[in-house]
Design a protein around this ligand. Structure first.
Ligand SMILES: Cc1cc2nc3c(=O)[nH]c(=O)nc-3n(C[C@H](O)[C@H](O)[C@H](O)COP(=O)(O)OP(=O)(O)OC[C@H]3O[C@@H](n4cnc5c(N)ncnc54)[C@H](O)[C@@H]3O)c2cc1C
Length: 610
C-alpha cells in the first residue's frame, strides 16, 4: 500500500491501529467535509499516498467518494490534540494517534452569532419548527425542502437531502462555483445532471413566511415564483474553528505544518483558500516534489454548470434569433426579434447585440480576464441591414416588421486582440436567445438627402454594406429619381452575402447600380473603392461627382474611409491632416466635398466600424 506508492484504500479500524505506530502519514485531514474530501483527493492525485481523513460522525459529506476515490477514512474519531513532535505533527483522537507530515483542519467551527440572511416570519410553532439552521429534518422522503446558502455546506445539505429521497431546492444567490471545493462543485453538477435538486443560482427568497400550515418562500424577483415547502434549512456561513477549538497546540500552529480550510485572517493560522484544493502556498510549505495534475480552471469549472448558464441567459437575454443564415461559414445574415418593444428605426441606424462571456467560443482563444467577467455581457454595435424584398418580392418595408436584420462577419483572434462577441455568435442558431439593446441609435441616416434627384453613392467594405442595404431600399421605396450606386469591396465573391438581391434590384430599378468588388478573385482586376473615385467610374450612371448634387455614404474599414485627424476639433481654417494611406474622404475633399458634422452639414457621411 504505502510502500508501493498506490493510493490507500479504505482501511479497517483494526489494521489501522497496528499501522499507526509506524506509519508516517503525508496528510491527516480533520473533517470529512466537502473541502476535506477534496483536499484528500487532491493530495492523492498529487502523488501523496498516505492521506487519512478523520471524521467524528459516522458519515462524510459525499459518501460515494470513499469508494470512487479510495479514500481512507476513520469514522467516529474525535480529535483530542494536535501537537508538534520533531518534524511531524501528532494528531491524537479518542481512538489512536497519527504521526503526519502535515495536518489540515477541514471541519466547520461553531458560529453562534450567525443569523439567517432572510427574515423569518412564522407565527405557528409547527411551521417555526420546520425552519432550521444547519440540521436536517429526520424524515424527508418525497418532501420539498428549501436549502438557503451558497457555500460547500449548502451543497452538502442539499446532497444529503437528495440522497434521503427529498426534493431539495437550493437557493444559492451569491454562489461562486470557483469558491466551492472541487468535490462540492462536482456534486452540484451531478445533482443538476441527474435532476435530483433544483438549483436557483441567482435567487434567494426575501422572506420566509407561512401559508396553509407550511413555510412559504417569497421571492421578490420575476424569475422565481413564491414557493411552499415542507421544510426550510439555512446553511450557515463558513466558519473556521479556532486553534483552541481544534485542540491545536501553539507549537504545532507555529510549525506551519497545520493548515485550516477557510479564509485567512490577519495574524491567524495558515489557511487553504476556501473550498480550494491544495493551494500553491500549502503545497510549497508541506509537499515537495508533487507531481500535480492539471485541474480545470475556475472558469472551466463554472462553465460546467448548465443551470447557472440557463439562469444567466434568462436574466440577460431579451430577444430571440429568428433567422441565422450563413453566406459562408464566417459570414451570417441574422434576424433578431425582441420579446418586448418595437423595432422602429431609421435606415442606416444601428442597434447593439450582446452575448454573455459564459457562452462557448467557436475558436480556442481564451478571453483575457475571463474569470472576472464570466457573468457579464459582451455588447457590440451592429448596423441594421435589410432583407430588401418581402415574401411577395416587393421592396421590404422594415417599419412594418417586428424583427431586425443584421449582417455580421466572424472576427478571428490575433496576437493583439481576442474578439469577444462574434466567435460566440458563430455557434448560435435560430431559436437561440440573445441580448438586443433597448435603443436604436445613430445619425448615419438619409436625413441629409433632401433632393430626390441628387446622386447618392454608397461605399462599403465587407459587412459595412449592411446600413446601405436599408438605405437603398428606403430611397427606392420613396421614389428617389437620382442615381443610386452601391459599391462593396470584399476579398472574394463568396463574401458578398446580398449579391443576388442587389442584382435583382439593379434589374428592376434603372437608377440603381451595384458594383461588387472582390479584390482576390482572378476573374476581376483588383480595385479598391479609392480607385473608383480617382477614375470616376460613375459617369455612365449619370454621376459626375459634383459636390452640389452628390451625397457619399461610407461604412466599414476606417482605412477605406480615411478620416482626417482632428477633423472635429481642429482650429477653424486649419488644413485637415489625412492618414498616410489615402482614403476616400481625401479624394472627395480634393473635389470640393465636405465632411458632414453635427453642426456643419456636408455631403460626406460615414460610419466607422472600428
Ligand atoms: C456603429 C457600428 C456598427 C457596426 N455594424 C457592424 C455590422 O453591421 N456588421 C459587422 O460585422 N460589424 C459591425 N460593427 C463592428 C462590431 O461592432 C464589432 O466590432 C465586430 O463584430 C467585432 O466584435 P468582436 O467582439 O467579435 O471583436 P472585437 O474584440 O470587438 O474586435 C474588434 C476588431 O475586429 C475587427 N472588426 C470589427 N468589425 C469588423 C468587421 N465588420 N469586419 C472585419 N473586421 C472587423 C477590427 O480589427 C476591430 O479592431 C459595427 C461597429 C460599429 C461601431
Amino acid at each position: 500500500m504505502a510502500e508501493n506508492g498506490e493510493p490507500q484504500s479504505n482501511v479497517t479500524q483494526d489494521n489501522m491501529s497496528d499501522k499507526s505506530e509506524q506509519t508516517i502519514y503525508d496528510v491527516v485531514v480533520v473533517g470529512g467535509t466537502a473541502g476535506g474530501l477534496s483536499l484528500a483527493i487532491d493530495a492523492q492525485y498529487g502523488g501523496l499516498p498516505l492521506v487519512r481523513i478523520l471524521e467524528s460522525r459516522t458519515t462524510v459529506a459525499f459518501p460515494h467518494l470513499i469508494g470512487e476515490r479510495m479514500l481512507d477514512v476513520g469514522f467516529g474519531e474525535t480529535i483530542s490534540s494536535v501537537e508538534l513532535d520533531g518534524d511531524h505533527v501528532v494528531v491524537t483522537t479518542n481512538k489512536q494517534s497519527y504521526r503526519s507530515r502535515s495536518c489540515l483542519i477541514a471541519n466547520r467551527g461553531d458560529n453562534p452569532s450567525w443569523q439567517p440572511p432572510v427574515p423569518v416570519e412564522a407565527r405557528t410553532p409547527d411551521v417555526a419548527g420546520r425552519i432550521v439552521v444547519d440540521t436536517l429534518p429526520e424524515h424527508v422522503d418525497e418532501l420539498d425542502v428549501l436549502v438557503i446558502g451558497h457555500t460547500d455546506h449548502a451543497v452538502e445539505l442539499t446532497a444529503t437531502l437528495a440522497a434521503r429521497g427529498a426534493r431539495p431546492v437550493l437557493a444559492a444567490k451569491g454562489m461562486d462555483a470557483t469558491l466551492l471545493s472541487p468535490a462540492a462543485d462536482a456534486m452540484l453538477r451531478r445533482l443538476e445532471r441527474e435532476r435530483k435538486a433544483t438549483l436557483l443560482y441567482r435567487s434567494i427568497p426575501d422572506q420566509i413566511g407561512e401559508a396553509a400550515g407550511l413555510p412559504m418562500a417569497f421571492f421578490n424577483d420575476r424569475r422565481t415564483p413564491d414557493l411552499q415547502f415542507d421544510h426550510v434549512v439555512f446553511a450557515s456561513g463558513r466558519t473556521t474553528p479556532s486553534a483552541a477549538d481544534a485542540n491545536v497546540s501553539d507549537a504545532a500552529l507555529a510549525s506551519g505544518l497545520v493548515w485550516f480550510l477557510g479564509e485567512a485572517e490577519e495574524g491567524g493560522p495558515a489557511t487553504a483558500a476556501p473550498g480550494a484544493s491544495i493551494t500553491d502556498a500549502m503545497a510549497n510549505a508541506i509537499f515537495t516534489d508533487l507531481e500535480r495534475v492539471a485541474r480545470p480552471s475556475p472558469a472551466e469549472r463554472r462553465r460546467r454548470h448548465t443551470a447557472a448558464i440557463d439562469e444567466l441567459r434568462e436574466e440577460h437575454y431579451n430577444a430571440t434569433i429568428t433567422h441565422f443564415e450563413p453566406s459562408h461559414s464566417d459570414l451570417w445574415v441574422l434576424r433578431v426579434k425582441p420579446d418586448h418593444g418595437d423595432v422602429s428605426h431609421l435606415p442606416g441606424q444601428y442597434a447593439s447585440l450582446g452575448l454573455g462571456y459564459w457562452e462557448e467560443r467557436i475558436d480556442d482563444a481564451v478571453d483575457p480576464g475571463l474569470d472576472d467577467k464570466w457573468e457579464k455581457l459582451i455588447r457590440r454595435s451592429y448596423s441594421i441591414s435589410s432583407r430588401m424584398f418581402d415574401e411577395h418580392g416587393y421592396l421590404t418595408d422594415e417599419g412594418g416588421l417586428n424583427e431586425l436584420e443584421f449582417y455580421i462577419v466572424l472576427v478571428p483572434p490575433t496576437p493583439d486582440n481576442v474578439p469577444g462577441l462574434t466567435p460566440r455568435l458563430a455557434l448560435k442558431r435560430p431559436g437561440d436567445r440573445i441580448y438586443l439593446g433597448p435603443k436604436v441609435a445613430g445619425r448615419y441616416t438619409l436625413n441629409p438627402v433632401t433632393n430626390p434627384s441628387d446622386a447618392v453613392l454608397f461605399f462599403s467594405t465587407g459587412t459595412g454594406e449592411a446600413p446601405h442595404n436599408a438605405m437603398v431600399v428606403e430611397l427606392l421605396r420613396k421614389g428617389h429619381t437620382g442615381p443610386i450606386v452601391s459599391a462593396v469591396s470584399v476579398r472574394q465573391w463568396a463574401d458578398l452575402g446580398y449579391r443576388a438581391q442587389h442584382e435583382t434590384l439593379a434589374e428592376r430599378h434603372a437608377n440603381y447600380h451595384y458594383i461588387p468588388m472582390p479584390t482576390r478573385e482572378s476573374d476581376v482586376p483588383k480595385k479598391y473603392i479609392q480607385d473608383l473615385v480617382r477614375e470616376n467610374v460613375f459617369e455612365p450612371f449619370g454621376v459626375d461627382l459634383d459636390p452640389a448634387s452628390t451625397h457619399v455614404f461610407m461604412c466599414g474599414n476606417p482605412a477605406m474611409i480615411g478620416i482626417p485627424e482632428k477633423a472635429d476639433g481642429a482650429d477653424e481654417g486649419a488644413p485637415p491632416v489625412f492618414p498616410e494611406t489615402t482614403g476616400v474622404v481625401e479624394l472627395l475633399v480634393e473635389r470640393g466635398f465636405t465632411v458632414d458634422h453635427r453642426n456643419e452639414p456636408g455631403n460626406i457621411h460615414f460610419e466607422e466600424y472600428w
